[in-house]
Structure formats: C-alpha cells, structure tokens
Design a protein around this ligand. Structure first.
Ligand code: FES
Length: 108
C-alpha cells in the first residue's frame, strides 16, 4: 500500500511536507490488513523514529479519542480504522492549523 504522511515540526520547519511510504503489511504483520494506528506504529518503528502521533495503548478501542486523525480527508479514530494492501492513503492531522508536530495537534 502507498502512504502519504503529513510531517511538520512548526518550530523548526517553515512548511509541512508529505513523506511517502510503500508498505507491505504482510511482511511486517503476516496479514494484509491493519488498523491505521498499527500502520503508524510500523512507520515509526521501521522507517522514521521521529514520527509523532498519539497512541494511547491503554485504550486502543475507540474510547479516548486521542488517536483522531484525517484519513483521505475524513476524520477517523486511527485505532478503529482498518487499512489494507492495495490502498493509497493520505494521513493528516485533524486540524493542520494547530499542529504541534506531525499528527499531534493542540487540544487533543
Ligand atoms: S486510542 Fe483511544 S480512541 Fe484510539
């Protein structure tokens, strides 16, 4: 699957960018589907340790709302949203005008 991921540290970078990842979920997870939160975890673990996103491991089931992001323009909970091989996705913060870093925004 192809992932376009919003990246921005407003303190050090003038403007946002999108990093692109060609992911093979099956090679990491042994399955062709994952939650969006799992996918972000894979990117942070295997591609870029500096990726910032909120992951509340005690929740991980749609309760706390901390993992809220935009997936192809639609606001979703990353822990509830399933992505799969063959998809092309764009992942962005909920509110790009209030970015703290990458997918983390003020107020969440
Ligand atoms: S981790 Fe709590 S709603 Fe997703």
């Amino acid at each position: 699957m192809k992932v376009y991921l919003f990246r921005w540290n407003p303190r050090t970078e003038e403007k946002p960018r999108y990093d692109t990842y060609d992911m093979d979920l099956n090679s990491y997870l042994g399955r062709r589907e994952a939650t969006l939160l799992e996918l972000l975890g894979l990117i942070a673990r295997y591609y870029d340790h500096s990726l910032s996103f909120l992951n509340h491991s005690n929740c991980n089931r749609g309760v706390c709302k901390r993992c809220m992001v935009r997936l192809n323009g639609k606001v979703v909970l990353a822990c509830n949203e399933v992505v799969s091989e063959g998809m092309e996705i764009r992942v962005e913060p909920v509110n790009a005008t209030r970015v703290v870093r990458d997918l983390v925004t003020e107020g969440l």
